[in-house]
Design a protein around this ligand. Structure first.
Ligand code: AMP
Ligand code: GLY
Length: 414
C-alpha cells in the first residue's frame, strides 16, 4: 500500500512511524513532512492549505491512501476533493470536520445525539453576550465559534476579560464552567463503526502547575492509572457512538479521527470539545503503545471496513514532553541550533518544528521536539523521557518538569 501523510508536526512524525512500521505500507510519502519524517519517508513540498495541491500530489504519486494530520485542510474540505478523485482518505469531509471548525455546530450535533456537554449559549451581540455571562457567572468560559489555532478559548474569573474576548470574536459560544480532570479520548471511525482508543491526558498550559498561557499542548501520557476502569466503554457508548450515528443520520458521516476532549465532573463525563484529527502531543504517546498495525487500521477506516476490528495495546506506559522554543506560545524564537540527540533505550524523539539549513538542525516552530519515553509504568517512562530531553541543547528552550508527575506518584502509591 502506498500512503501519503499530510502534515509536518510531532503528531505526523508519530503517525508516520506507525504507518512505516506496518509491513502493509510499501511506500510512505509525507508532505511537507519534516527532517525527522524524512528519515523513513519521501518528503514533498506542500502548502497544506492548498487543497488542489494535495489532490495533485496524491494523484501524481498514485497513492492508495491519504492520511491527513492537521485540521486546516480537513476544515477546508481537502478530504472531499480527494474522495471525488477516487482516492481513499483517512480524514473527515468538510461537513463532518465542522465538529472542530464550529463550536456552535458541535453543540447542535451533541444536543441532537444526546451527548453530555456543558450548557451553553451561542451569541453574536453584546446584549446576548452579557446575558450569557451573567447567567453562568464566574469562572467564565468564552469560545470563539471558528477555528482559532488554540487561541479561541478564554477561561477567566475576570468579567471584563471575558467580555473583551467575546466582543473580539464574530460569534461566540459561552458556556458553563466544567470542573474535573480532563481526558483526551480518540475514536477511529469509518462513518458507521467507531473504535475507542485508550485515553491520554494532555497538559495545555505553558508552565508547571498548570500556570501560564494556553498552548497546543506541552506534554501527555497514557494510560491513565487513575481513570475509571470503564472510561473507554463509557465514552464509546455515551459520546463516540452517538456522535458517529448522528453524523451518519445527517448524511455527513464522520470518517477519520474523532477527538473527544472530556471533563470528568462529579456529575459524570462531559464533552469539552471535539477535534476532527489526532491530538498533538497525545498521538506521540498513543502510537508508540498501539500494537495494531496502523496502516491497515486507517485504511479500513477510510474504506468503511472497521466492523469487528479490535485494538491491541502494549502493556506499558508512555510519557511525552515537549521542548518549546524561547517565547512559546506568544512569540517563539526560531532559528536556534539544536544539539545532537542522546541515545537512551525506549525513547523516541519526534520532530515538531524543525528544519535543516547550513547550520544543521534548527528550530522552525514554537513546539520544536516531542520526547517520548516508554516504560513498564509511568515512573519509568517519565525517567526515560526526562533523561533524554535534558540532554538536548537549544538555547533558550524550555519544557515542563511536571508532565505525568502526579499520576506517576499516585500509581506508585497504589
Ligand atoms: P478547547 O480549545 O475547547 O480545548 O479549550 C481549551 C481549554 O479550555 C480546555 O482544555 C479546558 O482546559 C478549558 N475549557 C474549555 N471549556 C471549558 C469548560 N466548559 N469548563 C472549564 N474549562 C474549559
Ligand atoms: N493536544 C490538544 C490538541 O491536539 O488539540
Amino acid at each position: 500500500m502506498k500512503i501519503l501523510l499530510v502534515g509536518s508536526g510531532g503528531r505526523e512524525h508519530a503517525l508516520g512511524l506507525g504507518l512505516h512500521a506496518d509491513p502493509e505500507c510499501t511506500e510512505l510519502h509525507a508532505a511537507p513532512g519534516n527532517p525527522g519524517i524524512a528519515a523513513f519517508a519521501t518528503c514533498h513540498p506542500l502548502d497544506v492549505s492548498d487543497n488542489g495541491a494535495i489532490v495533485d500530489l496524491a494523484q501524481k504519486l498514485d497513492v492508495d491512501l491519504v492520511v491527513i494530520g492537521p485540521e486546516v485542510p480537513l476544515v477546508n474540505g481537502a478530504a472531499d476533493l480527494l474522495r471525488a478523485a477516487g482516492i481513499s482518505v483517512f480524514g473527515p469531509s468538510k461537513a463532518a470536520a465542522a465538529l472542530e471548525g464550529s463550536k456552535n455546530f458541535a453543540k447542535e450535533v451533541m444536543a441532537d445525539a444526546g451527548v453530555p456537554t456543558a450548557h451553553s449559549f451561542t451569541c453574536s451581540t453584546k446584549e446576548e453576550i452579557e446575558k450569557a455571562l451573567d447567567a453562568f457567572g464566574a469562572p467564565y468560559v468564552v469560545k470563539d465559534d471558528g477555528l482559532a489555532a488554540g487561541k479561541g478559548v478564554v477561561v477567566t474569573r475576570d468579567r471584563q476579560e471575558a467580555l473583551d474576548h467575546a466582543l473580539a470574536c464574530k460569534r461566540v459560544v459561552i458556556e458553563e464552567f466544567l470542573s474535573g480532570p480532563e481526558v483526551s479520548l480518540f475514536g477511529i471511525s469509518d462513518g458507521k463503526t467507531v473504535i475507542a482508543m485508550q485515553p491520554a491526558q494532555d497538559f495545555k498550559r505553558a508552565h508547571e502547575n498548570d500556570s501560564g498561557p494556553n498552548t497546543g499542548g506541552m506534554g501527555a501520557y497514557s494510560p491513565l492509572p487513575w481513570a475509571p476502569s470503564d472510561i473507554i466503554e463509557d465514552t464509546h457508548k455515551k459520546v463516540l457512538a452517538p456522535m458517529v450515528a448522528e453524523m451518519a443520520a445527517r448524511g455527513t458521516p464522520f470518517v477519520g479521527l474523532l477527538y473527544a476532549g472530556l471533563a470528568l465532573t462529579d456529575h459524570g463525563t462531559r464533552v469539552i470539545e471535539f477535534n476532527a484529527r489526532f491530538g498533538d502531543p497525545e498521538t506521540q504517546v498513543l502510537i508508540p503503545l498501539l500494537k495494531t498495525p496502523l496502516a491497515r487500521l486507517l485504511y479500513k477506516a477510510a474504506t468503511r471496513n472497521l466492523e469487528g476490528v479490535k485494538l491491541e495495546w502494549k502493556n506499558q506506559s508512555a510519557v511525552t514532553v515537549v521542548l518549546a522554543a524561547q517565547g512559546y506560545p506568544t512569540s517563539p524564537q526560531t532559528g536556534g541550533v539544536i544539539g545532537e540527540f542522546p541515545t537512551i533505550e525506549e525513547t523516541m524523539i519526534f520532530h515538531a518544528g524543525t528544519s535543516e539549513n547550513e547550520k544543521g538542525l534548527v528550530a522552525s516552530g514554537g513546539r520544536v521536539l516531542t520526547v517520548t519515553g516508554i516504560g513498564d509504568d509511568l515512573t519509568e517512562a517519565r525517567d526515560r523521557a526526562y533523561r533524554a530531553i535534558s540532554h538536548i541543547s537549544l538555547a533558550g528552550s524550555f519544557y515542563r518538569n511536571d508532565i505525568a508527575l502526579n499520576a506517576s506518584v499516585a500509581e506508585k502509591g497504589n
